[in-house]
Design a protein around this ligand. Structure first.
Ligand SMILES: Nc1ncnc2c1ncn2[C@@H]1O[C@H](COP(=O)(O)OP(=O)(O)O)[C@@H](O)[C@H]1O
Ligand SMILES: [Mg+2]
Length: 415
């Protein structure tokens, strides 16, 4: 559907194909989200976000307007940085104007959400279907806008994996059950690094999505500007899409805590995440979280902020911890960096201590007893797996040496 986003004042929010609420654009560039009564009254309603769950378990329907940005839950569906600038430019929308950006990108969002022009508004904005040929609709530089959104900073696209194993990105960017993450312009061999760390994590007992390195030159439909000096990208299977394309709902922990993406390193700690997992998802998700946290220190991953942890809603109501993603050994790129959030009052990437783990458990109000054992097992398995990891062969020599040094140094503290 094509329309002029700047003519819109209301966006329909659809969860699993059903209209559940409206984002209104008010005077003074304020935006306000409100649930529909049907959704409020539905006792079996699919969960949109834990941030709308009240202390007694009911739906929080009182919402506050936000200025310029869309409310935090929706703001977190939009990309940041480089990816945002790129998609905004193609759509000919100011990248700061989140309401308009969401109007353009809302057709294919993370999880089971679609945000689209609210019906009674669509006509006024000149919405019509693509097959009605219209020369004036082209965005900046004669390019069509892309109509998908993924979070994060790094350039990435959603892609279809063909039976032949090749990847294709649709002309409008929509659809597909794989994410292609392109290399960084700043840091060397990030796709190779992430591939190796995901495989190492898998062997340490952590749940990770299918992934592989792909030749960028072989990706069909990749926009011209996305071509880079490095030749490989990382393809990761989407856990918020079933193989038949049906969406599985998800939210990240910035959404859970109602914080804007800007604040992804702030206000909360890993214990806060663990407390939510313990209460909402149970023991298994919580222990898996601890495994990943320990693994992140072992590999020197300083970037595990609130948006790098997500909940999935496979039964549409109850959350489980999603498979892991964005596992990159970042210390070799930024030496001396520290953990993205506080872990038992420490942000150290040089060690993990029993005291630290106890403080973490106390703050999260979870039993401390199995946690140290989980840490020891994770360290042992990581060290053992590293020694035989063929995927480490794709790493530049100095990067590989630096990761090895980090793993062994931290593992020596977890005994
Ligand atoms: N395998 C996946 N399935 C579904 N969503 C994913 C997957 N991997 C990442 N995402 C989503 O895409 C966002 C960006 O991916 P991420 O790997 O974190 O990239 P970046 O390096 O740009 O932060 C994540 O915050 C998450 O919401
Ligand atoms: Mg990320």
């Amino acid at each position: 559907m094509k329309f002029d986003p700047k003519k819109l004042n209301a966006l329909s929010v659809r969860l699993h194909g059903k209209h559940i609420g409206v984002i209104n654009r008010l005077a003074g560039d304020r935006q306000l989200f409100a649930f529909e009564q049907d959704y409020i009254d539905d006792e079996k309603r699919p969960t949109l976000s834990l941030s709308f769950k009240g202390s007694t378990g009911g739906l929080v329907t009182q919402t506050r307007p936000t200025v310029r940005r869309v409310p935090p839950f929706f703001s977190n569906l939009l990309p940041e940085g480089h990816l945002r600038d790129y998609l905004a430019k193609r759509a000919d929308v100011n990248s700061e104007r989140e309401f308009f950006l969401l109007a353009v990108l809302g057709a294919d969002l993370p999880g089971a959400l679609v945000v689209a022009p609210f019906e009674r508004e669509a006509q006024r904005a000149g919405a019509h279907h693509d097959n009605e040929h219209d020369e004036d609709d082209h965005g900046h530089g004669g390019e069509e806008p892309l109509r998908f959104s993924l979070a994060g900073v790094q350039l990435k696209f959603s892609a279809v994996m063909e039976a032949s194993g090749g990847l294709t990105i649709a002309a409008d960017g929509m659809g597909g059950s794989w994410i292609v993450k392109l290399p960084s312009a700043r840091h060397q061999a990030v796709p190779e690094n992430e591939l190796a760390m995901l495989e190492l994590a898998r062997r340490a007992g952590i749940s990770v999505p299918e992934n592989k390195l792909v030749d960028i030159a072989g990706i069909k439909g990749l926009p011209e500007q996305a071509h880079t000096v490095e030749s490989k990208a990382l393809a990761v299977q989407r856990f918020d899409r079933l193989p038949n394309g049906e969406p599985v709902h998800m939210e990240d922990f910035a959404q859970v805590f109602g914080q804007f993406p800007n604040d992804k390193y702030k206000h909360r700690s890993y214990a806060n995440i663990a407390a939510v997992l313990w209460a909402e998802s149970g023991e298994e998700s919580t222990y898996e979280f601890v495994r990943r946290l320990v693994f992140s220190v072992l590999i020197g991953n300083a970037d595990m902020h609130l948006k790098n942890w997500s909940l999935l809603y496979p039964d549409r109501r109850k959350p489980v911890l999603s498979p892991a993603y964005d596992f990159v050994a970042t210390l070799p790129y930024i030496p001396g960096d520290t953990l993205g959030l506080s872990f038992g009052d420490s942000r150290s990437l040089s060690e993990i201590t029993p005291d630290q783990m106890r403080r973490f458990a106390d703050t999260a109000r979870i039993p401390a007893s199995p946690l140290w054992q989980i840490a020891v097992e994770t360290a042992e398995r990581t060290v053992a797996a590293w020694k035989t990891l063929e995927q480490a062969d794709v790493l530049p020599k100095d990067l590989r040496a630096s990761i090895e040094k980090q793993i062994l140094a931290v593992a020596a503290t977890v005994k």
